[in-house]
Design a protein around this ligand. Structure first.
Ligand code: RI2
Length: 319
């Protein structure tokens, strides 16, 4: 029953953060594969596809989710027996989980090298990779200070300040609308990503685009920390990233909303920061300017390329 439970936890955001969601999905698919008692590879595939669909339907924006599902389900390819299919899925899931954890550690190292001794950093929302860079810089003995936003309506900023506090990092907690007020005290903005498009735009927690605007106006650099599986292959085909809009009662309690019949609460969970506002994207393969997002998709998310071959024929990726 791990699949429905995991799906529910992702929906309710008990499991949240693009990387954690991806790993949870890999674990759920792996454990589901282990528990399946079916006789034929076809029946196994059907059961796995059903589970994958359930997980894919939970949240629409973080592209790490379909990327993780795709990487794990590739374990079914070329399997002739049920046992082969099962071990293929389990192996792919384990590989994804290990490489994801490794990517988080690698990004912390690369990202920390862009943080200077004495820097004041602003971060928005709660990104394990963005925080990894900050904590690693602190671990290396760099004297840093952080501004962390509250992150309405789900208050992920509370998780961020607890983590920073536990690491012993001097932190200022501010409301989201105070970013413009404090941006002149900041040397570097570091955020995570739910999706990176082929043109280097970054989809991240609602408010990130406003933070980026303020940073650009104040000439403060903005660095994005994102594993390669947060890059969205299908954007090469012109597909847009769907921005999740969550329930209004995350913003305004139902009883208050009921008394205001002319008021509609809008609650998009993410926004899009164009590449012009981003100085660097740090991945586990190295740091790139956002304009190089295509190269990451081409070199590390090969499955998207296969689909170009189907759509446009070979040659598009320079072969
Ligand atoms: P990591 C989160 O989304 C935030 O937008 C965060 O910046 C992003 O995922 C990446 O998180 P949500 O799940 O993978 O809180 O870096 O809606 O932890």
């Amino acid at each position: 029953m791990i699949v429905p439970e995991t799906a529910e936890k992702i929906k309710s955001m008990e499991i949240r953060g693009a990387g954690r969601i991806a790993r949870a999905v890999a674990v759920a698919l792996r454990d589901h594969a282990r528990s399946l008692q079916v006789q034929t590879p076809d029946a196994f595939r059907q059961e796995m596809e059903h589970a994958a669909k359930l997980l894919l339907a939970t949240r629409p924006t973080a592209v790490s989710l379909p990327n993780a599902v795709h990487m794990v389900m590739a374990g079914l390819n070329h399997a002739k027996t049920t046992d082969e299919a099962k071990s293929g899925v389990i192996r792919r899931a384990d590989e994804f989980i290990t490489s994801s954890q490794h990517a988080v550690e690698q990004i912390a190292q690369f990202g920390a090298s862009h943080i200077r001794d004495g820097d004041t950093i602003l971060t928005h929302c709660n990104s394990e990779v963005a925080l990894g860079c900050i904590i690693e810089a602190h671990r290396q003995g760099k004297k840093i200070e952080v501004f962390a936003t509250e992150v309405r309506p789900r208050n992920q900023g509370l998780i961020t300040i607890r983590t920073l506090n536990d690491a012993g990092i001097k932190t200022n907690f501010i409301v989201d609308s105070a970013v413009r007020t404090f941006i002149n005290d900041v040397d570097l903005v570091i955020v995570g990503a739910d999706a990176v498009t082929v043109n280097g735009a970054v989809v991240n927690k609602i408010g990130t685009a406003q933070v980026a605007h303020s940073a650009r106006e104040a000439r403060v650099n903005l660095m994005v920390a994102a594993e390669t599986y947060k890059f969205a292959p299908r954007t090469i085909l012109g597909e847009f990233i769907r921005i999740e809009e969550r329930a209004g009662n995350e913003v305004l309690a139902d009883d208050i909303a009921r008394a205001l019949p002319y008021v509609t609460v809008r609650n998009p969970a993410f926004d899009v920061t164009p590449s012009e506002y981003i100085d660097l994207i740090v991945t586990e393969k190295g740091a790139i300017p956002p304009q190089m997002a295509y190269v990451i998709i081409r070199d590390y998310l090969g499955w998207g390329i296969d689909e170009f071959h189907l759509a446009f024929g070979p040659g598009l990726n320079g072969e």
